[in-house]
Each structure stands twice: as C-alpha cells, then as structure tokens.
Design a binder for this molecule. Structure first.
Ligand SMILES: Nc1ncnc2c1ncn2[C@@H]1O[C@H](COP(=O)(O)OP(=O)(O)OP(=O)(O)O)[C@@H](O)[C@H]1O
Ligand code: SF4
Ligand SMILES: [Mg+2]
Length: 347
C-alpha cells in the first residue's frame, strides 16, 4: 500500500497471534499453536478521514483495533503514527493521540464516579495542568458531545444509554487525540439514538479534524460514515478501497457475497451479523491453505488451495486479494444508498 504523507496512521504487515495454552504437559514438544487473529494487515488512515473495517464475527477487527491502540502488543509488523514508529513512542504519547470508544459505554465508565471525573481522567493522566484547566477541558469536551454542566455532576446510571455513549466519546476526545478508534460505537443503541450518535461523530470529525478507524457490522453505517473500507477475512485484508467503489462494484468474491447478502428492504438493516454464507468461517488456528476463503468461494479453482493471493491494485487505491479478480469486473451491486441520517431503523 502506498505511503502518503497525508496518512495519519499506517500499519505494515501487522500481526497479532495469541498463543494457545499448552496441554497438561508444559514440557510437551508438540508444536506451539496460535490463534492468528490479525495476520499481515496493512492499512492507511488519512488525516481527517474515516476508514471502516468490516467482516464477519471473529475475523480480527477488534484485535486489529486493540493492537493499533496499543492495548495489546503486536506479534510483528509496524504501526506508524505521523510517520513515527508507534512502538518506540511511550504509551502516554500514544494515548494522547489515539483513543478508543467501545460498543458498550459501561465498559469505560466507572459507575461510582461522576461524569466530570470520568471525562477528566485522561486529561489529568495525559495532559496534566491545574484543576481549573482540567475542568475547562472537561466542560469543553462535554459541550462538544452535547452534554450540560448539570449532567457533568451525575453518575452513569442517571443517564440514558445514548448519553452514556456521549460520555465515552467525550472522554475519548478530552486529551485532543488525532485518531479515534470506534469499535461498533452505535450497535448497542436504539435506532433513533444511533442516528444521533452517527451525526455527532460527523460533527466532531468536522470540528476537530479527527481521523476515525470505524469497526462495524452494519454496511449502511460504514457506507454513511467512511471514506475508505477495508474488508477482513480470517485475519487477512481481502479488499480495500474507496467506500463508494467497494460497495457498488466489489471485486473480491467475499465482499461480493457480503454486499449481495445484505438485505436492502430497509437499507439501515444491512447488517453482516444477519448474513449466512455457505460453509464454515475459516479457523483462526488452522486456516485453509492457499486463499483462506477457498472452501466457501464460488469462483475457486485448484490454485486457490495452494497459493495465497497477494493484495493487488485493480484501480487507483482499490486493492483486491484474489487470483481470479478479472472474473468479477462486471459485478454491480444494487444496494440502496442509506436514506438521510435522520432515520436509521435498527441494525
Ligand atoms: N485475548 C485473546 N486470546 C485468544 N484469542 C483471542 C483473544 N482475543 C481474540 N481472540 C480470537 O481472535 C479472533 C479474532 O477475534 P476478534 O475479537 O478480533 O474478532 P472480531 O472481528 O472483532 O469479532 P466480532 O465481530 O464478533 O466482534 C477470534 O478467533 C477470537 O476468538
Ligand atoms: S483466490 Fe480463489 S478462493 Fe480466493 S477469493 Fe479468489 S477465486 Fe475465491
Ligand atoms: Mg469485535
């Protein structure tokens, strides 16, 4: 993938393998086995833009997010932030620049602390300053997400689910990061609240020039929010390119299956969690040889079981990992564009 000075974050051949526990005999000579959750992922996130990561459950999206956020250490590969090797930066420097928002706001909110205290935590830990300057920053962050001074003195259970997700976002933006990693930021919320949070994320991006790494099962959310989409399958990146192009003219057989299967009666319900694809999801411990998608692929031929196809450019910025990508040149997806953001109906 070309490296552009406009890229805020770049991963190169990033891998995260989780060792499997050995059996009862710790001295066993049996080969050590791993869950290859992220296996050689290279992506770039341009400044002020959104890259969506999509793929079935278990394909490695959250592991990629946690590795990029330095919550876990990569097995190998590089992460560059503003051109600097992130693994050589101190954690404080990383967390000042990269913050993560999870699906469940309660995971990042202490039920006993006031909202102001919770939002102030990263400010005190990463930015510092006297009480007044911390308070000012907290109030600015809360105002940016639409919460009032009065709400700042409440505890989480005195707020609604949507308001709690606003607090999680305020907490994440409080140290003025450059990159927000959003792991399913709206999927735990009611439909109307989802719409408000999506709109808020767009406003914050415009206001602060934030870059987003957005993880979502919802194709319409990816379509609505992202500039670039990265499709993952069994720890690998299989397709990567401008969202409009990948959604309307996907070239990888896996992406084509996802886009075709996503129900379109209500475009906001185009959810990968509802999709059943023939065959088993590839094992992350013992993936199929060659192309990992081969046991499920309608286009597979002999070579697919032997040779893992590299990601190759099929158009500027559009990359596909498939031996037979010329077979999909004429594919067009009749997915409806999601309606205006006022009305996502469930996910
Ligand atoms: N700490 C861990 N130890 C061992 N295996 C793990 C660990 N975390 C994740 N995995 C495994 O890594 C693979 C990828 O998991 P991950 O949570 O990244 O998937 P995901 O794409 O985020 O899935 P979902 O859409 O369900 O959230 C899975 O096989 C999972 O079981
Ligand atoms: S390389 Fe072969 S198995 Fe893999 S997606 Fe392409 S055609 Fe299918
Ligand atoms: Mg996940």
């Amino acid at each position: 993938m070309a490296n552009d000075s406009n890229d805020l974050l770049v991963t190169r051949d990033l891998k995260k393998y989780f060792p499997l526990r050995r059996g009862l005999n710790p001295f066993s000579r049996a080969e050590r086995r791993f869950v290859k959750a992220v296996d050689g992922v290279s992506i770039s996130i341009p400044r002020g833009k959104t890259v969506a990561i999509v793929g079935e459950s278990g394909c490695g999206k959250t592991t990629l997010a946690r590795t990029v956020a330095q919550l876990i250490t990569p097995t190998s590969g590089q992460i560059l932030l503003d051109g600097r090797d992130m693994l050589t930066l101190g954690r404080k420097e990383v967390y000042k620049n990269v913050q993560i928002v999870f699906q469940d706001p309660d995971s990042s909110l202490d039920p006993r602390k006031t909202i102001a205290d919770t939002v102030g935590e990263p400010v005190r830990g990463l930015i510092g300053g006297n009480r007044r300057s911390v308070e000012e920053r907290v109030m600015r962050s809360l105002a940016a997400v639409g919460l009032s001074e009065e709400q700042a003195n409440r505890i989480p259970k005195q707020l609604s689910g949507g308001q709690r997700q606003r607090v999680a976002i305020a907490r994440a933006i409080s140290p003025s990061p450059k990159l927000l990693i959003l792991d399913e930021p709206t999927s735990a919320l009611d439909a109307s609240v989802q719409a408000q949070i999506l709109r808020l994320l767009i406003e914050l991006q415009n206001q602060f020039g934030l870059s987003y790494m957005l993880i979502t099962h919802n194709i319409s959310v990816a379509q609505y929010l992202s500039d670039v989409v990265a499709v993952m399958y069994a720890g690998h990146l299989v397709e990567y390119g401008p969202t409009k192009v990948v959604m309307a003219r996907p070239r990888h057989p896996y992406t084509i299956t996802l886009m075709n299967a996503a129900p379109i009666a209500n475009p906001w319900k185009r959810n990968l969690l509802n999709i059943e694809i023939k065959g088993e999801v590839a094992s992350a411990i013992n993936p199929p040889t060659g192309c990992r998608f081969n046991p499920r692929c309608l286009y597979a031929e002999g070579v697919c079981q032997k040779v893992d196809p590299p990601l190759e450019e099929v158009a500027p910025g559009h990359l596909v990992a498939c031996h037979f990508k010329e077979k999909t040149v004429s594919v067009r997806i009749d997915g409806r564009t999601p309606p205006a953001i006022e009305a996502p109906q469930g996910s």
